[in-house]
Ligand binder design. Structure first.
Ligand code: SF4
Length: 471
């Protein structure tokens, strides 16, 4: 089996040459920055809002222990059952345990990247349960037996024609390229599932420690139905989703919508504080919250990269990343793709196996610039590169840097290397980009800049030797 790095390389090479794929992504993200910036302009002071958001998340993450205790206390006070899962396996076992105890058969889900992270659908299906994704994009990729392509737009890599073909094949509907008709086809299938499902499963955008509430934001209303109709509701959330106060949502909800989709606010914003209370007309009879660690505390223990836990999963860094726009979401083979995925996956799944993602970057900094909570993404990619080579130095890297430092620290040797380099670069064209090229790793896909015709020292000497120069 190919290593993740080899798999990434092969797929990235193929997809960067796939013009149809590039066209689809360009179409999907073409107007993103214009719409986002227009919505951003409605903020009185966007840089101040970003700073405030970064500070709130800093407070939340740096006092996570206290906020989690407060959240759990408040959730339990209203009858919610809270579970702690250290690993993906534990989270799956807890969820399966609840479903089995309730003798449930079918589960309807709203979008939850945490469930992708723990491979919940596979576990549920293996155990014989019927699972249906209710978010339209997730429903489409589930029919295609694919993981989501993007953390906010799971089916952005598909055209209307692709979706029409899929629905015709899987649901027996008539072909159509009309988006409303396609939505209605999915809706007809899904409405029935809400009514018959025994368990509703959701993720969460935020968890409010002060009030013990789960905040879910969405555009289709499917999460509301998922939470309101089945008798049992299960929410799986990463422990970093905490916000200290209810009033923090006043900043985070519009900010998430602005950077995520360019909307001032997403269409449906719901808060869940427990199972149905006496006199409440709807809601689940039982509400379970599963708090997922899955190596987040290891990231928390790293003071240099801890701020990666500030991420609110808006997807903004993916939308502006030149690498993501060329290689697409599936090439990463990770739950979280794009810049934030490249930063956190080595922490969540192992640095050595996933260090290649740190190199899937032009280091242009567009991700850092767009991040609403000011995560220093491109610097964290450099941190990952450094940590990976410190942990397990590669033979070629070590040799190259030993040779380089040996030359650069000896002026006479450096002079010789410079002369030889200038001489041999005349013949470089003969082998450039071939296996005979000593710089093949670079030149197979990039240009090697020529050695400068004059070094600064040479320039300075010639300047001082020129007419009128000081003696
Ligand atoms: S890292 Fe920042 S921009 Fe990227 S998804 Fe997270 S919050 Fe959004």
């Amino acid at each position: 089996m190919k290593t993740p790095a080899a798999q990434f390389k092969v797929q990235a090479t193929a997809l960067t040459q796939d013009l149809r794929h590039r066209q689809l992504i360009q179409t999907a993200l073409g107007k993103y920055e214009v719409v986002r910036d227009r919505t951003k302009a409605a903020f009185q002071d966007w840089p101040a809002a970003r700073q405030a958001a970064a500070e709130i998340k800093w407070e939340a993450v740096n006092h996570l222990d206290a906020h989690l205790v407060q959240l759990v206390r408040n959730l339990e006070a209203r009858g919610t059952k809270v579970h702690w899962a250290s690993t993906a396996q534990q989270a799956r076992d807890i969820i399966l345990g609840i479903i089995r105890e309730k003798k449930a058969r079918s589960i309807v889900k709203s979008k939850a990247m945490t469930s992708e992270e723990i491979h919940l659908n596979e576990a549920l299906e293996e155990a014989g349960f019927e699972v249906v994704e209710s978010d339209l994009g997730e429903f489409i990729v589930q029919l295609r037996k694919e993981p989501p392509y993007h953390i906010v737009f799971p089916a952005m890599h598909l055209s209307r024609g692709d979706i029409s073909e899929l629905f015709t094949r899987e649901l027996g509907s008539a072909p159509t390229q009309n988006p409303e008709e396609l939505t209605m086809i999915a809706r007809r299938v899904l409405r029935q599932k809400y009514i018959t499902a025994d368990v509703g499963f959701t993720g969460a955008n935020f968890a409010i420690a002060e009030t013990g509430m789960i905040s879910i934001t969405e555009n289709e209303g499917n999460a509301r139905l998922t939470a309101a109709l089945p008798k049992v509701m299960i929410t799986l959330l990463g422990i970093e989703k905490i916000l200290p106060r209810l009033e923090d949502l006043a900043l985070f909800l519009p900010m998430l919508a602005t950077i995520g989709t360019g909307q001032p606010l997403t269409c449906y914003n719901s808060m869940y504080g427990g199972p149905r209370q006496p006199r409440e007309p709807d809601g689940p009879e039982e509400f379970h919250v599963v708090l997922l660690d899955n190596r987040r505390t290891e990231l928390l223990a790293d003071p240099e990269q801890r701020d990666a836990l500030h991420c609110i999963r808006c997807g903004g860094c993916l939308n502006v990343c030149p690498i993501f726009k060329n290689v697409g979401g599936h090439t990463y083979h990770t739950t979280y793709s794009g810049p934030i995925g490249s930063v956190i996956t080595p922490h969540l799944r192992g640095l050595q196996d996933w260090k290649h993602l740190s190199f899937a970057s032009s280091l242009c900094g567009a991700c850092t610039e767009t991040c609403p909570v000011k995560i220093n993404l491109h610097h964290h990619l450099l941190h990952n590169r450094r940590n990976a080579s410190k942990q397990k130095p590669s033979f070629f890297e070590r040799t190259a840097f030993t040779v380089f430092s040996g030359i650069i620290n000896r002026p006479r040797l450096y002079q010789c290397a410079k002369i030889l380099g200038r001489f041999f670069q005349r013949f470089h064209g003969l082998v450039k980009g071939t296996r005979l090229d000593p710089a093949y790793a670079w030149t197979q896909s990039r240009e090697l800049p020529p050695i400068a015709p004059q070094t600064f020292k040479e320039y300075w000497r010639s300047r001082n030797a020129g007419p009128g120069s000081p003696s």
